[in-house]
Ligand binder design. Structure first.
Ligand code: ZN
Length: 521
């Protein structure tokens, strides 16, 4: 078992029974992967082997919970600055075809580390890059190596069968013979790991008959999937109806384990069905506003209690929950002012509050994932998923003294997340990220080391997770070097096809149910 960790002398944000995060001057004791004490003055001498972290002038908060993200996409970062959803599909999402399993490993590791860097300790990963079992294996290897907590949502999805100068040819058979057996095997493998759990991500309602959708959901629930997640955005491109929410409701599949990503411009009927069944919406306001998905539902009074936050594609926006929190705050307050103005009023106090937003990224995220008894708050018996924030940077100084919650929500940068702890393991310290990978002497042998590590990860008997090789750390600079190399190789493979995705962006839109007639020309 790892050494205890003592967080001494900091300001701890402890949620009370009414969900208010209360700043408390207390020490925190972490033993194993859980919080075992929160006391005014812990006797350090009782823990002679402990790692003691001086938290004077620091804020100790729960880690953020990102309920919608595609962690594999790091090599695509930067190419979608002005893209709408149309170009993202052609030049981003579908280019997973050009990723080898090793490219997936580095992309996934980069995405997970970027999330940790900003204080995210749990992510619901909508993993739609499953070209083969080996691609998925390498994605889970990378997730393990990063040390993030993840609901890995396996995704049966249309895959590119071939890609030449005429463009991609898609295979619309999303449930090939190997998919369900692999999904079941993945369930068995993930059960042995303390930080990973299985989920299902599905968007193929137009591609399979309803009874197949029902069967798939039943399989997922029989495998104890933590969540079932699905994209849904109402806009002209995606047409209307059908409503994904109504489709699930009519099939009697909508339930509290469902996380609907976006639900932009959801109808009142959608909202009523979501509320009735206790399903939740993962709002990703930065991306939703940036790519034309529609009006974010975050902070809509009708959905209070049923929303959380996600980053979605860090190839498009930064994989930082701080960005999402600020966008949620601005979008929610803009909506409040718009509604009040229509009624001839001016706000007395701004809504949503910074506390509302902080809770979206913490306790409401945990509830969306059905993990509220494990994560989302700092409390005795809960998992030690914690961020230690500095309070003296140019943006945090003074603000953190006056109101720690407001300081995090309105002022903090990723550099202020000085220390990030997941399940009792320190994953960022002194501002430095660390991935835990099998022992190796050089970057070129790192991937091989991870292979050994993951083999043991996946071959356990369900009782205890053990490492085949003694884990060792690699620092971010080495991951960055590998990512740059991987990106160049992917770009080269794309260029070899001679295909201009932007020129022919609408060719395959119909297959995804996109309405090309609505496009601005
Ligand atoms: Zn998404």
């Amino acid at each position: 078992m790892s050494k205890p960790i003592l967080l001494v002398g900091g300001t701890v944000l402890v949620h009370d029974q009414d969900d208010h995060p209360i700043p408390c001057e207390k020490d925190v004791v972490i033993e194993g992967d859980v919080i075992t004490k929160i006391e005014e003055k812990v006797n350090v001498e009782l823990y002679p082997d402990a790692t003691v972290i001086d938290c004077k002038n620091k804020i100790i908060s729960p880690g953020f919970i990102d309920t919608h993200h595609h962690l594999w996409q790091t090599q695509l970062t930067g190419r979608h600055g002005d893209d709408s959803l149309v170009d993202y599909m052609a030049t981003g999402n579908l280019t997973a075809f050009f990723f080898t399993p090793e490219d997936i490993f580095w992309g996934q590791l980069g995405g997970a580390l970027q999330a940790l860097n900003g204080g995210t300790t749990t992510v619901a990963d909508h993993a739609h890059m499953n070209y083969s079992g080996e691609h998925t294996n390498r994605a889970t290897d990378a997730t393990i190596a990063s040390g993030i907590r993840s609901v890995f949502c396996y995704t049966p999805t249309p895959l590119v069968a071939s890609w030449d100068h005429n463009g991609p040819a898609l295979n619309w058979d999303i449930l090939a013979d190997w998919v369900i057996p692999y999904f079941s095997e993945l369930s068995r493998k993930l059960k042995v790991h303390p930080l990973l759990s299985l989920g299902l991500a599905f968007d193929g309602y137009a591609l399979v008959p309803p009874h197949i959708t029902k069967s798939l959901f039943e399989t997922a629930r029989s495998l104890d999937c933590q969540i079932i997640t699905t994209h849904y955005a109402r806009n002209l491109l995606l047409g209307e109806p059908p409503s994904v929410v109504k489709t699930l409701y009519d099939l009697d599949l909508l339930s509290k384990d469902c996380v609907i990503s976006h639900a932009t411009d959801a109808t009142q009927e959608d909202i009523a069905m979501l509320k009735e069944k206790g399903a939740s919406v993962s709002c990703t306001p930065v991306l939703e506003l940036q790519m034309g998905l529609g009006s974010p539902m975050v902070c809509k009074p009708e959905l209070t209690g049923n929303t959380s936050l996600g980053c979605d594609s860090h190839s498009v926006v930064r994989g930082s929950m701080l960005d999402q929190m600020r966008a949620a705050l601005s979008n929610g307050r803009g909506e409040q002012v718009r509604l009040l103005r229509a009624a001839g009023k001016f706000p007395m106090q701004m809504k949503p509050s910074v506390e509302d937003i902080f809770n979206l990224a913490t306790i409401h995220g945990a509830r969306a994932l059905g993990m509220q008894n494990k994560i989302g708050r700092i409390d005795v018996g809960l998992k030690a998923d914690i961020v230690i924030w500095g309070t003296t940077s140019p943006s945090m100084v003074c603000a953190a003294i006056h109101d720690p919650v407001a300081a995090i929500v309105t002022q903090a940068g990723t550099h202020d997340a000085e220390c990030v702890i997941v399940g009792g393991n320190i994953r960022k310290n002194g501002g430095r990220l660390m991935a835990t990978i099998g022992k190796s002497d050089s970057l070129d042998s790192v991937a091989q080391g991870v292979n050994q590590l993951s083999l043991t990860s996946h071959m356990g008997d369900g009782k205890e997770f053990e490492h085949a090789v003694e884990p060792t750390g690699i620092e971010w600079e080495l991951v960055a070097e590998k990512l740059v190399k991987s990106r160049a190789e992917i770009e080269s493979r794309i260029a070899e096809t001679g295909y201009d995705a932007k020129e022919a962006r609408t060719e395959f839109m119909a297959g995804f149910g996109f309405d090309a007639t609505c496009l601005e020309v």
